[in-house]
Design a binder for this molecule. Structure first.
Ligand code: NAD
Ligand code: UFG
Length: 340
């Protein structure tokens, strides 16, 4: 089936906005639904500046069935990319009810409407967190889904299950579960990037804020892991590569594959210290740091096996961490107070 008009929930967010750009560039017609709980509507204007196209935008909460149904009535979607959700690991421990209800309810309402309007394709933003503590790396898609160490991760595991059961019962539905590793970077124009509220939890936005003097120094959580330099190893993927992975996945869904699961990562592990050095090399800015105790819930090493995505989607990451550091820093410098 031909896919052209795509509902992008959470499309003004960090990954969603870059994906909307790639969709426009690839000839799709994306329509954004976002409640702006963690993004700004100014993103729409920036997408227009970059692509020349202003995507249709609805400020609607995906949990609000009535309002969301009106969007389905008005637009004729052939596919959905479901980014909308709350994503802060630490916050999810403090606010489990908000996380379970927002992430699960939004997905259930969405699926109900997809069934009602016979929309048969969905791409879901899952996470490497569903693998739990890896028994070995690289992680392959057939590795068991573990249990997460926090409510945010549990919502990803539960939603994967909900989508799997729904696809089992509704055979015409095509589902892609995309397990992202660590998305970083930003649009090379400096117009779009990661804009976290408050003190960043993730490594790259924290380093960027140190680089512009907003934070004094980076605190490295542990240097005693069984890794080459003792600091944690992750698979950092440029958000532009991740966005392209969604375009490749839509092409796959158009072939009616049923349920498919892909890791979206680079296949390469990078330690925290290697990332600090890469950032310094990419930007010329020195990042002071201290070594602190390991952070609860962190694993030592986590990176993706990428063969399946390459063999079945013809997709692989093109950018390296130097590119990602440069683009993340460029966004931070141009938007010292985030997107306004
Ligand atoms: P983001 O917060 O920038 O984007 C999510 C968007 O969803 C925001 O614009 C927010 O306003 C919107 N939203 C939240 N709840 C909503 C609701 N009920 N109705 C409508 N809109 C709602 O996050 P992101 O980094 O772009 O992540 C996108 C998706 O990818 C999320 O589902 C996230 O869990 C997943 N993911 C992210 C990472 C990461 O490290 N960034 C890693 C793995 C998976
Ligand atoms: N780190 C520091 N100092 C910081 C922040 C992070 O040393 O200030 C270290 C962490 O200990 C870890 C690495 O940098 O070794 C990466 O940490 P992030 O917080 O950036 O990323 P995580 O791998 O912990 O978590 C990310 C996403 C989660 C997702 C998880 C698994 O933020 O949403 O990957 O996919 F669940």
């Amino acid at each position: 089936m031909e896919i052209k008009r795509v509902l992008v929930t959470g499309g003004t967010g960090f990954i969603g906005s870059e994906t909307v750009i790639k969709l426009i560039e690839a000839g799709y017609d994306p329509v954004i639904v976002d409640n702006l709980s963690n993004s700004k509507d100014a993103v729409i204007g920036r997408i227009k500046t970059i692509t020349g196209v202003r995507p249709t935008f609805y400020k609607v909460d995906c949990c609000d069935e009535e309002a969301f149904r009106k969007v389905f009535e008005k637009e004729k979607f052939q596919a959905v990319i479901h980014f909308a959700g709350l994503k802060a690991v630490g916050e999810s421990v403090v606010k489990p009810i908000e996380y379970y209800s927002n992430n699960l309810e939004s997905t259930l309402v969405l699926l109900k409407l997809m069934k009602e309007f016979d929309v048969r394709n969905i791409v879901f933003s899952s996470s490497a967190t569903v693998y739990g503590v890896p028994k070995r790396v690289p992680l392959v898609e057939t590795d068991p889904v573990g249990s997460a160490t926090n409510p945010y991760g549990e919502t990803k595991i539960m939603i994967e299950r909900i989508l799997t059961d729904t696809q089992f019962a509704w055979k015409d539905l095509n589902v892609a579960l995309l397990r992202y590793f660590n998305p970083i970077g930003g649009h090379p124009s400096g117009l779009l990037g990661e804009d976290p509220n408050g003190i960043p939890n993730n490594l790259m936005p924290y380093i960027c804020q140190v680089a512009v003097g907003k934070r004094d120094h980076l605190r490295i959580w542990g240097d005693n892991y069984p890794t080459p330099d003792g600091t944690g190893v992750r698979d950092y993927i440029h958000v532009l590569d991740l966005a392209e992975g969604h375009v490749a996945t839509l092409k796959k869904l158009a072939t009616d594959p049923g349920l498919v699961i892909y890791n979206l990562g680079t296949g390469k592990g990078t330690s925290v210290l290697e990332m600090v050095h890469a950032f310094e090399k990419a930007t010329g800015v020195k990042i002071p740091y201290t070594i602190e105790a390991a952070r609860a819930g962190d694993v030592a090493t986590n990176y993706a096996a990428t063969d399946k995505a390459f063999n079945e989607l013809g997709w692989k990451a093109k950018y390296n961490i130097i590119d990602a550091c440069r683009d993340a820093y460029n966004f931070q410098k141009k938007n010292p107070n985030g997107i306004e």
